[in-house]
Design a protein around this ligand. Structure first.
Ligand code: ATP
Ligand code: MG
Ligand code: MG
Length: 565
């Protein structure tokens, strides 16, 4: 017997496949509105929709839900296409724009009017809102609710022709003013907007509302399972009413697409709302849409997050029917897991202190061999030049060691990883007493990979970069953008009148730029090459700020979660 479906959406699909509802067809869609850049939450939806299509031999459409003329732009269309491709999904020829359906949508509206299921309302907006009623009070019919079909058709046609001012009339579906679900109390489905659209130009001055447009888009594209976030649950009755009504008058064939809701992604230490992201960018709290600290997918890419890491994350968090918070550390751990497996190892010294090997001949150099990946010999080895002067981490030396310190201190021996065992003989200081160099002697028969290496058992194992061969590069150490798990949320004990903003919870130390010493093999890496810098974490060559021979590195994530409690 096949394994039980891993989530409730798969269960629905498998039940449909058993009953033959769709003849085995699975057709989903990812329908972003092109009014901003995609974020981690969208990645969850993309992985879900494209992932289901992959799993069941179906297809997933990339559809731009561009029915709202005001906020949509070509720049965002391009950005979305790039982000979905970057995640590694393929929509084949199924790239659609909802604005291409404006004529069909208009004809659907005409069909509703002819069937007595829609009418032109000419009430002022405030009055219309008032008559809609409340959760506890039923709505009241508009005095225009019983206009004749002829009058409705004529008015709606003239709305389209541009005879009226914005707000003069709207078209409403005629459903049920007494319904306990306010969304069914004759929702507005068309309004007059004298605004040019980024694709249709000024061909239209009436635009459909989302609740009307979306079900029709799904039906036009023969979507089987229309997956959306929980806030649309209350809209499902209208979704079904509309498509059933349109099927009754022959506009669409049954079976009709089924709307299924799942819980949106909420991540601690992060905000995932376009409005808040726009504010972070516009007010200059971050450097732009692709700032590596932002949860946008362009930002994630610059940060060094990987498509494989996002897919792993989507799989691990699953889908559910209840809103919850996922710890930011779960996302980071998924990135770490993929990078640990795939990223080659390199050496970087982030806080350099000079080590002088006093018994190593001046001017002499030799190569040490370092494996590119400890578990993948097939990734090969590289040469690391060794010489008399090396950079080591400042924290790897203590003149007076604390208890348990196993690295360099006078009299102690450590291994310089992939190189020799050295014994510390002292240090040099400047006039103020700051340590300027550590002194050591090496044991010539101790080189890693030679027979003598095994004669020395030492506890410390330090990374290093040759002073003459290494090079200095800019590194940006990124950390979480917010320092409180629920940015802007009220906290226990807050005074009633206290208002918090998510901006108050910005982490003041979310980026630090340093100059570090890198091993020479890192000099000519291509942009977006990803590495583990031993002991420090995962880093990526920034795709924007790097230039030939001068990569700038971004820290993607540390080796361990320093935020875990
Ligand atoms: P935002 O709320 O950030 O403005 P949106 O929902 O308005 O996002 P759309 O472009 O309409 O953005 O979203 C496209 C798809 O992505 C929708 O199907 C939506 O349900 C889904 N989506 C958006 N945010 C999330 C999220 N946080 N988690 C999961 N799916 C999401
Ligand atoms: Mg939206
Ligand atoms: Mg939204």
């Amino acid at each position: 017997t096949p394994a039980a479906p891993s989530n409730f959406i798969r269960s629905i699909i498998e039940e449909d496949n058993r009953s033959g509802k769709w003849d085995g067809r699975v057709e989903t869609r990812f329908p972003p509105e092109p009014n901003g850049y995609l974020h981690y939450g969208h990645a969850k939806s993309i992985c879900l929709n494209f992932g289901l299509a992959e799993a069941y031999g179906g297809i997933c459409h990339l559809r731009f839900d561009d029915t709202n003329p005001e906020k949509e732009e070509q720049e965002y269309v391009d950005g979305i296409i790039e982000a979905v491709s970057w995640l590694g999904f393929d929509w084949g020829r199924h790239l659609y724009f909802a604005s291409d359906y404006f004529e069909t949508m208009y004809q659907c509206a005409v069909g509703l009017i002819q069937a007595g299921k829609a009418y032109v309302d000419s009430l002022p907006p405030d009055e219309m809102r008032r008559l809609r009623g409340t959760l506890t009070e039923p709505g009241t019919d508009s005095p225009f609710r019983n206009r004749s079909t002829e009058e409705n058709l004529d008015l709606f046609h003239r709305m389209r022709e541009g005879e009226f001012a914005e707000g003069a009339h709207v078209l409403r579906a005629k459903v049920d003013m007494a319904s306990p679900n306010i969304n069914l109390r004759d929702p507005v489905i068309y309004r007059i907007r004298r605004v040019a659209h980024h694709r249709s130009g000024d061909r239209w001055c009436v635009y459909p509302l989302y609740t009307f447009a979306h079900p029709i888009e799904d039906a036009i594209e023969n979507i089987t399972h229309s997956i959306c976030t929980l806030e649309f649950e209350d809209q499902r009755p209208f979704y079904d009413w509309l498509l059933e009504t349109l099927a009754d008058i022959g506009m669409f064939a049954r079976p009709l697409p089924q709307q299924i809701e799942f819980a949106r992604l909420n991540l601690t230490y992060m905000v995932l709302s376009k409005r808040k992201l726009i504010q972070l960018v516009d007010e200059g709290h971050v450097a732009g849409w692709d700032d590596p600290r932002l949860p946008t997918l362009v930002g994630a890419r610059r940060r060094g997050f990987t498509p494989e890491g996002f897919r792993l994350f989507a799989e691990r968090i699953g889908v559910s029917k209840a809103d919850s918070w996922i710890d930011f550390g779960v996302l980071e751990e998924c990135m770490r897991e993929h990078l640990n497996d795939s990223a080659e190892r390199r050496v970087a010294v982030l806080e350099p202190l000079k080590l002088v090997i006093t018994n190593y001949p001046v001017g002499q150099h030799e190569d040490c061999e370092a494996p590119n990946h400890p578990l993948k010999p097939e990734l090969g080895k590289r040469a690391m030049p060794f010489g008399r002067e090396l950079w080591i981490e400042r924290e790897d030396f203590m003149e007076e060691p604390i208890k348990g310190f196993r690295r360099l201190f006078p009299g102690n021996r450590v291994r310089l990883r992939y190189g020799y065992v050295v014994e510390c003989t002292g240090c040099e200081k400047d006039a103020e007493g700051n340590i300027t160099a550590v002194l050591a002697e090496y044991l010539p028969d101790s080189k890693s990979g030679t027979p003598g290496a095994d004669n020395y058992k030492v506890k410390g194992n330090l990374h290093w970069v040759s002073v003459t061969d290494g090079y200095k590069a800019q590194i940006r150490l990124y950390d979480r953008l917010f320092s409180y798990p629920y940015p802007g949320a009220r906290r226990e004990g807050d005074a009633e009148e206290l208002e918090r903003s998510f901006l108050d919870d910005l982490n003041p130390d979310s980026v630090q730029t340093i100059e570090a010493w890198l091993e020479p093999s890192l000099r000519y890496v291509r942009p977006e090459a990803r590495f583990q810098f031993e002991r420090h974490g995962y880093f990526v060559a920034d795709r924007v700020d790097s230039s030939e021979g001068a990569p700038v590195f971004n820290r993607t994530v540390t080796l361990k979660d320093s935020w875990a409690k």
